[in-house]
Design a protein around this ligand. Structure first.
Ligand SMILES: N[C@@H](CCC(=O)N[C@@H](CS)C(=O)NCC(=O)O)C(=O)O
Length: 322
C-alpha cells in the first residue's frame, strides 16, 4: 500500500524535477531553468477535488479501522491554507527560472496558500523578460502592479498581507521559524548543486530537465544541455571547496537528517501545519526530489515522511496560464 501510495503521489503530483542552488553568476545561468510540471489553468474546484482524493488515500494507507478518524484528521491537517478571498491579490506575476531554488521557495508559498499566479520564464542567457527591472535576479514578483524582489522579502510581504496581523507580528528575528528559513538560504541551497552535478550522468540528467522546460531557443537547447552539464560539473567541484563539502551525498543526507531532527517528532516545524520554514525547505528540495540525488536522499534518510506530507498539503500548483 505504501508503495502504491508513493507511486500515485509521484504520478499525480508531478512534483519536481530540478534545482540549482547557487548565485554564482555565469555558468549558473545555464542551470536556472525549469522543471517541474505544474498544472497551469486548473480550477480551484478541481484542486479541491484533488486534495480530497489525496486525503482519502492517506486515510486508506492508515488502515480501514482508522479511516474515519484519519480522514477527518487529514482534512484538518493535510490541506492547503486558504486565506480569506479579500486578502488574495488579484494579479500575481512571477518572473523566474524554473529550477531556481529561490523561485521554488516562492512557488511553494503561493501553491500552499492557493494564490493564483502567472509565470514568466526568464531566459537566463539574455534576461530579456526582465530588461525593464533594475534588479536583475530572480525571483521578481509583481503583485497587483507592485514589484517585489528577493524570495524571503517576497514571502514576508505576501505573508503579512494574507495572514492575520497577529501572525506577522509574532515573528521575531531569532525564533525557530526564522532560524530555519535562514538555514535554507545559507546552508541547504549550497548543498544542492554539488549533488545534482555530481558526475557526468547526473549533470546530464539535470540539464535534460533544464533544457526541456526552460526558456531556450532551439540552438540554445542543444548547446546548453552539453556545455551546461560540462560547465556545472566543474563549477560544482569549486562549490564543494567553497562550502567545505568533501562528500556531497553525505552533506545532503546530513542536511536532511538535521531537518528531521529539527522537526523533533512534529508533523511540520509549524506543528500541525507547515510554517514558512517548512515551505522553504520543501520549495528548494522539490525540484531535485525525483532526480537521482533526491531519490537517494529519500532512500537514505528519514526525510521521506515529512516530504510526502508536504507534497500532500501543498497539493496542486495554483499557477495559471499567463
Ligand atoms: N537572495 C535572493 C537570491 C536570488 C538569486 O541569487 N537568484 C539567482 C537565480 S537562482 C539569480 O538570479 N542569479 C543571477 C543571474 O542568474 O544572473 C533571493 O532569495 O531571491
Amino acid at each position: 500500500m505504501r508503495r502504491a501510495y508513493s507511486v500515485l503521489l509521484h504520478r499525480n503530483l508531478a512534483a519536481a524535477r530540478l534545482g540549482g542552488a547557487t548565485s554564482t553568476a555565469v555558468p549558473n545561468r545555464f542551470l536556472q531553468t525549469t522543471l517541474y510540471g505544474t498544472t497551469a489553468g486548473s480550477s480551484p474546484s478541481s484542486r479541491r477535488w484533488f486534495s480530497s482524493i489525496l486525503a482519502a488515500v492517506v486515510g486508506t494507507s492508515l488502515g480501514v479501522g482508522g479511516l474515519i478518524a484519519a480522514s477527518s484528521a487529514s482534512q484538518e491537517v493535510l490541506a492547503k491554507e486558504r486565506p480569506p478571498s479579500d486578502a488574495i491579490p488579484s494579479d500575481v506575476i512571477l518572473y523566474q527560472y524554473e529550477a531556481c531554488p529561490f523561485c521554488n521557495k516562492v512557488k511553494a508559498f503561493l501553491d500552499y496558500y492557493d494564490i493564483p499566479y502567472k509565470v514568466v520564464e526568464v531566459n537566463p542567457l539574455s534576461k530579456k523578460e526582465i530588461k525593464w527591472s533594475e534588479y536583475q535576479k530572480v525571483p521578481i514578483i509583481m503583485v497587483d502592479g507592485e514589484q517585489l524582489n528577493d524570495s524571503s522579502a517576497i514571502i514576508d510581504k505576501l505573508g503579512e498581507r494574507i495572514l492575520s496581523k497577529k501572525k506577522a507580528d509574532s515573528t521575531s528575528e531569532d525564533d525557530e521559524e526564522t532560524k530555519w528559513r535562514r538555514w535554507v538560504d545559507s546552508h541547504l541551497v549550497h548543498v544542492l548543486s554539488p549533488n545534482i552535478y555530481r558526475n557526468t550522468s547526473e549533470a546530464l540528467e539535470s540539464f535534460d530537465y533544464i533544457t526541456s522546460n526552460g526558456n531556450f531557443n532551439f540552438m540554445e537547447k542543444i548547446s546548453v544541455k552539453y556545455a551546461g552539464a560540462a560547465a556545472m560539473y566543474f563549477v560544482s567541484k569549486k562549490l564543494k571547496k567553497k562550502y567545505n563539502i568533501t562528500d556531497e551525498r553525505a552533506a545532503l543526507y546530513e542536511s536532511a537528517e538535521t531537518w528531521v531532527d529539527a522537526l523533533n517528532g512534529r508533523e511540520f516545524l509549524g506543528g500541525s501545519k507547515p510554517n514558512f520554514a517548512d515551505l522553504a525547505v520543501f520549495g528548494v528540495l522539490r525540484p531535485i526530489r525525483y532526480l537521482r540525488s533526491g531519490k537517494d536522499m529519500v532512500e537514505h534518510t528519514r526525510i521521506g515522511e515529512w516530504y510526502t506530507r508536504m507534497e500532500i498539503v501543498v497539493g496542486e500548483s495554483s499557477r495559471i496560464k499567463a
